[in-house]
Design a protein around this ligand. Structure first.
Ligand SMILES: O=C(O)c1cc(=O)[nH]c(=O)n1[C@@H]1O[C@H](COP(=O)(O)O)[C@@H](O)[C@H]1O
Length: 273
């Protein structure tokens, strides 16, 4: 998907919400466990119930890998369902990959070609030749971890390297990569106060912002410092939406949560007009 198409969807739906499909068999409603593929049935119900209020879905791959072959099948069915029924939705494989060049190319083919995701999350630690194989794919997007939402972010990302915080160096250095136009960045909602400085380096790039809801990040704070004239934000919520309730009304509860967030986003977007 092209960025212009994503921006058009955001404006049309008045939402820059990404729903995280971190689907856990221990947390989904128990009545689904009798289905042949409970993970897919859960995802399908959540997608159908929330799609009106969001513009993106982000399955975190760990939640599928943990179930081996059957988990991969559930993931494949989920992305196929999304692409077939809601092709306007931007899809993110939250896989946090990155390796030497030829290996990165295999990861890119797996998620961009075999599974047909629009984007993938990538760790920048191995540098240019580990990231560029992902950037080589046209109309696909590489979402580089910049400043993450967890406390461990302070172990390395905020440390000074050549007179600058490492996450700022990641932003600056990656801007010079080949096909850098395909880059987006992850910035945790719990680090909203850093967004002003981040926008000085990447004024227009789209940011994937996880960490509202369960992790305590604040949507208004993120918008205040992170929003651009073309919005430039995808705000993710996983547990806060998909486990809003765990009874037979789970899909309706998820829809209500997504709707609440969409309404808050609508208010933020009105300020851009
Ligand atoms: O890349 C991510 O999506 C990510 C980066 C980050 O810094 N923090 C973070 O929480 N995430 C992911 O975003 C999701 C957050 O889930 P909730 O806290 O349940 O909304 C999980 O899938 C995390 O793996």
């Amino acid at each position: 998907m092209k960025i212009q198409d994503l921006v058009a969807q955001i404006k049309k739906k008045q939402s820059f919400l990404c729903v995280g499909l971190d689907t856990d068999l221990d947390k989904i409603p128990q009545h689904l466990l009798k289905e042949e593929d409970p993970i897919f049935e859960f995802n399908k119900a959540i997608i159908d119930a929330t799609q009106e209020f969001c513009v993106a879905y982000k399955p975190n791959i760990a939640f599928y890998e943990v179930y081996g072959l059957s988990g991969w099948k559930s993931l494949e069915k989920t992305i196929t369902y999304l692409n077939a029924n809601y092709p306007e939705q931007f899809t993110i494989a939250d896989a946090k990959r990155g390796d030497i060049g030829n290996t990165s190319t295999r990861y890119a083919k797996a998620f961009f070609e075999e599974l047909n995701f629009d984007s993938i999350t990538i760790a920048p630690y191995m540098g240019k030749d580990s990231v560029e194989p992902f950037l080589a794919f046209k109309e696909k997007h590489t979402i580089l971890l910049a400043l993450t939402s967890n406390t461990g972010a302070f172990d390395f990302q905020t440390k000074i390297v050549e007179e600058q915080e490492l996450y700022k160096r990641v932003l600056k250095t990656s801007k010079a990569y080949e096909n850098a136009g395909n880059l987006m960045y992850v910035v945790g909602a719990t680090k909203a106060e850093y967004l002003k400085g981040i926008r000085e380096i990447v004024p227009e790039s789209f940011l994937l912002v996880p960490g509202i809801g369960a992790q305590g990040g604040n949507l208004q704070e993120v918008c205040k410092y992170g929003m651009t004239k073309d919005i430039g934000l995808l705000i993710n919520s996983s547990r806060g939406i998909i486990y809003a309730s765990t009874d037979t009304k789970f899909a309706f509860s998820a829809r209500e949560k997504a709707k609440q967030l969409q309404q808050q986003m609508h208010l933020e977007l009105k300020q851009l007009d």
